[in-house]
Design a protein around this ligand. Structure first.
Ligand SMILES: Nc1ncnc2c1ncn2[C@@H]1O[C@H](COP(=O)(O)OP(=O)(O)OP(=O)(O)O)[C@@H](O)[C@H]1O
Length: 289
């Protein structure tokens, strides 16, 4: 459905934002994971035809989207990172406005998409009074107006509370049953239960692509749990990669990524997806010690 052939993006003379990305995607949820500045937004903007690749080609159902951007624009929904709402319009008016801009002529469609994102009870309310999660859902509703085959969503859960995150995840997961949903994030937990595949970007390159299980399988036998005295914890922290540390009465409970037994008393544990990605230096998390 969507094929990236050696796609590159250079800003100005020498900022390489995306570097030689080759990837073919079909329906399902794809998590695009990478640190800040990895090139996720740049890649998504090229898919959304908001900017052109400097090198390479992107094909949608076999058609080059630079030569024929309308081929994908008609079938695409895009929720940018900095999506804003017009403060004086109600949720329904906002969608009616976007429907007109997008040439969606069916007058029932704005109401249908409000139902899809579970905001129909708030159709008459001013979007300016919505919470962050409601605004994101309204953003998705806007992106769904044309019933797209591809939905591109950039950092959708930034600033959402846990309940809103969960609701949002369900929504993307449902949409991924029928569409290609590309979700960028640097928060692994946002997509771990819903992504069928993960594309890992670093410094503009696609460094790994696979199912969540394949990343976990690679880390199996390399994630350890141990409880250490504070002094021992500090010494060990210099030698091995500590993924998580929690101080308690019995000492510091740690989870460690290491190719072999890292210390006395360490027990091999089943890796979480986040730990698997952290072990391979694809994801980071602040340590809570
Ligand atoms: N319009 C631009 N002009 C110049 N450099 C840019 C532009 N947009 C992005 N960059 C640079 O390109 C690189 C990739 O940025 P991009 O926004 O694509 O990364 P990202 O993975 O989406 O990051 P984040 O998670 O912070 O949104 C960064 O070095 C960034 O500073």
């Amino acid at each position: 459905m969507l094929e990236m052939r050696k796609v590159g993006k250079i800003y100005g003379k020498n900022v390489v934002a995306v570097d030689d990305v080759k990837l073919t995607l079909e329906a399902g949820v794809v998590g695009l994971i990478g640190h800040n500045g990895a090139g996720k937004t740049s890649l998504m903007q090229m898919i959304a035809t908001l900017t052109r690749p400097t090198t390479g080609h992107i094909l949608f159902n076999g058609t080059d989207i630079v030569k024929d951007p309308d081929a994908i624009r008609r079938r695409l929904g895009y929720l940018p990172q900095d999506f804003g709402v017009y403060p004086n319009l109600s949720a329904l008016e906002f969608l009616q406005y976007f429907a007109a801009l997008k040439g969606v002529s069916d007058p029932r469609r704005p109401v249908q998409v409000l139902e899809l994102v579970n905001l129909h009870g708030l159709a008459a309310r001013q979007a300016a009074t919505f919470s962050g999660g409601m605004r994101r859902r309204l953003g998705i509703a806007q992106a769904l107006l044309n019933d797209p085959d591809i939905l591109v969503v950039d950092e959708p859960t930034a600033g959402l509370d846990p309940e809103e995150r969960l609701r949002f995840r369900h929504l993307l997961s449902e949409l991924g049953m029928r569409k290609l949903v590309i979700v960028s994030t640097h928060i692994v937990s946002d997509i771990e239960d819903i992504a069928g595949s993960l594309a890992i970007m670093r410094s503009g390159k696609l460094v790994s692509f696979g199912t969540p299980d394949s990343f976990i399988a690679k880390a199996r036998g390399q994630i350890w749990s141990a409880t250490l005295a504070p002094g021992a914890y500090e010494a060990l922290g210099q030698q091995v990669k500590v993924l998580q540390a929690k101080r308690g009465a019995a000492g510091v409970a740690v989870r460690i990524a290491h190719p072999s037994v890292p210390c006395g008393g360490a027990v091999a544990v089943e890796p979480t997806l986040e730990e698997s990605l952290m072990a391979q230096r694809y994801a980071v998390r602040e340590l809570a010690a």
